[in-house]
Design a protein around this ligand. Structure first.
Ligand code: BT5
Length: 319
């Protein structure tokens, strides 16, 4: 927590003396220096140290303001961490002792996860890393198409905060100009026949403009698209509001009620694709969605529905 206190003070990009930082964090000036050296190495931050002036970050940080967020969602327990393994991992652990709903944010993830063991690049204080634990109270139909609905909620938050309309790629990608700006990872916790919750993991690239770990597909961020820094707390607030609206619709009316809205921002509608299902590759043209969020492909003149987290889509002979 010392680190978060120090970085919260330095986030403005102005000079702060070692003394001021030490008093605020309740540690010695020598400890301030040691911790800041650790932070720069661990989080890839650029720190300037000028005798007589103190320390400053070369690039200001937009940190999540937990108090501001919590004040706007009094009925939702919200947690914000500095550096943790994965918000989904933490949410799952937390659900052992605390009921859903709850929301967990992090400034940094050391083991940010994608689907099927893939990694999610999660640099310090640049993007949104959120896990929202949602109680499943209406049976398993409540989670049909849920990752699509979470994607739609992200599209609306992006629109609200920066005015750009992103596109969706089935089942869980949010794209801008064909580059991935956000991903969704759902994990079920508990007994589907009894009490269970779903952890909705959401990663959105906000202010990231470069990476030290390569990402093996086209990616972008809101800052790259708009040329402006995003206030991460404002974006977090907008995602929580949007989730609230869309999850309520999903719970009460099911995915079919949101299908047309999803299709209105579908980036790959009508495209020729290859779908890999296990070891099988299916070629076809995307014609739409089923009522449970399945992808509908025209394969050899016949429409077929495919569902499940094991599926992946790749562009094929794209015009
Ligand atoms: C996803 O997986 O897109 C789901 C990502 C979910 C991340 C959130 S962050 C909060 C929560 N806590 C977690 O630990 N995870 C969730 P998938 O469809 O498997 O895509 C993974 C692939 O996306 C990787 O193999 C890379 O190609 C690419 N990728 C990795 N990091 C990226 C990033 N920051 N931006 C864009 N693409 C990225």
């Amino acid at each position: 927590m010392y680190m978060l206190k120090l970085l919260t003070l330095l986030a403005d990009g102005n000079f702060h003396s070692g003394n001021e930082l030490g008093v605020a964090a309740g540690i010695s000036r020598a400890a301030v220096w040691k911790r800041l050296q650790g932070a720069t190495a661990e989080f890839g931050l650029e720190l300037q140290s000028v005798p007589g002036k103190g320390y400053r970050l070369s690039h200001p940080l937009s940190l999540i303001n937990l108090n501001a967020l919590q004040a706007n969602f009094p009925y939702l327990p919200i947690f914000a961490y500095d550096s943790i393994s994965s918000t989904n991992e933490y949410a799952k652990k937390m659900l052992a002792t605390q009921p859903a709903p709850l929301a967990i944010f992090a400034e940094h993830q050391t083991l940010g996860r994608g689907r099927r063991g893939r990694k999610w690049n999660s640099p310090y204080a640049q993007n949104l890393y959120l896990s929202y634990a949602w109680p499943v109270t209406r049976g398993m139909a409540q989670i049909d198409g849920l990752s699509l609905v979470a994607g739609l909620a992200v599209v609306r938050a992006v629109e609200q905060v920066v005015g750009t309309t992103a596109q969706l790629k089935w089942p869980n990608d949010v794209l801008i100009n064909n580059a991935k700006v956000a991903g969704i990872l759902l994990e079920l916790v508990g007994d589907p026949a009894d009490l269970c919750s779903v952890v909705i993991g959401i990663g959105v690239n906000l202010n990231m403009t470069s990476t030290n770990q390569a990402i093996d597909q086209e990616w972008t961020s809101l800052a790259l698209e708009t040329g402006k820094q995003v206030d991460r707390t404002q974006f977090a607030q907008s995602v929580l509001e949007s989730l609230d609206v869309y999850l309520e619709k999903q719970k009460n009316y099911g995915f079919s009620s949101l299908k047309n809205e999803w299709l209105s921002v579908h980036g790959w509608q009508g495209r020729e694709v290859v779908l890999s299902v296990g070891n099988e590759l299916v070629q076809g043209r995307i014609t739409g969605l089923g009522d449970k969020g399945e992808i509908c492909l025209l394969v050899d003149g016949q429409e077929r529905l495919f569902i499940g987290g094991e599926l992946s889509l790749r562009l094929h002979d794209d015009p």
